[in-house]
Design a binder for this molecule. Structure first.
Ligand code: SF4
Ligand code: SF4
Length: 254
């Protein structure tokens, strides 16, 4: 059956439904607006929204490329250009505020070459990183990766640590990586930095750190089935009971 001319498009209906959610205020009360361009089409959106909420305000609905919305999961890595600027900017869509004249386009997901390895069979030296990520030797020290990182991680430095086989420093510098992929997307040497960091941290955790005493104690307790009864109660509890138990839990002292 032909659509009536007055019928709203799906995009308009989504945009309308999103407005009270994304802004929390009535449209007539919004004082500042900016123009953003999504795939070349202009949208007027409230000035204080993030890219993510602005796109929802404009009618887009995310089923992929979005996760926690709080800057932790790394799912919404985004590139954009500002009006009149040549430079490509990067950021998390959930943390970056829209600006007047911002241009956004859809890009494919970041590359994520994931080698399969067993760290128990690998030597604790630089050769393991070069074996699975030989491309790190191509790093030209351009620092583009660090500039692209929304976590302000010195990404280039941890790749240099990888090249030196300095696992401890690599783990320390890359610790806050959320695997958003923006560094890899910009790297001229096609290095997937976050996977290098992950292998480095795994190796450091396995070989570089001393086994903590309390972990040994806990493993013995688990082997002796010390917590099985409590786990059984949790597994059978209703959602309401779980909420009640969570609220009444004994907190560990700092
Ligand atoms: S190091 Fe790369 S993947 Fe990790 S948070 Fe920074 S830009 Fe994202
Ligand atoms: S972007 Fe690539 S080549 Fe440039 S410093 Fe970072 S890892 Fe090295």
């Amino acid at each position: 059956m032909a659509k009536k001319k007055t019928e709203k498009s799906v995009m308009d209906r989504i945009a309308e439904a999103n407005k009270p959610v994304t802004t929390g205020v009535d449209e007539k009360d919004i004082k500042q607006w900016v123009m953003i361009y999504i795939m070349g089409r202009g949208y007027k959106v409230p000035a204080d929204l993030t890219i993510l909420t602005a796109m929802e305000f404009a009618g887009y609905r995310f089923v992929r490329g979005v996760g926690c919305r709080q800057g932790f999961c790394g799912a919404c890595g985004t590139v954009y250009r500002k009006a009149g600027e040549y430079k490509l900017q990067t950021g998390l869509a959930c943390q970056t505020r829209v600006e007047d004249g911002m241009y956004l386009v859809q890009i494919p997901f970041s590359p994520a070459k994931k080698p399969i390895y067993n760290i128990q069979k690998e030597p604790y030296d630089v050769s393991v990183l070069l074996k699975y990520f030989p491309e790190i030797a191509r790093c030209v020290s351009c620092n583009t990766c660090s500039k692209a990182c929304p976590q302000d991680i010195e990404t280039m430095d941890y790749i240099q640590c990888a090249l030196r086989g300095d696992f401890e420093e690599l783990a320390e510098i890359s610790f806050d990586c959320i695997r958003c992929g923006l560094c890899a997307m910009r790297c001229p040497a096609e290095i997937v930095q976050y996977n290098v960091g992950q292998l480095g941290r795994r190796m450091y955790g396995r070989y570089g750190l001393k086994k903590p005493e309390h972990l040994k104690v806990r493993i013995k307790e688990l082997e002796a089935k010390k917590f099985d009864k409590e786990l059984d109660v949790l597994e059978k509890a209703s959602k309401e009971k779980l909420v009640e138990l969570y609220a009444a839990r004994v907190r560990e002292k700092d």
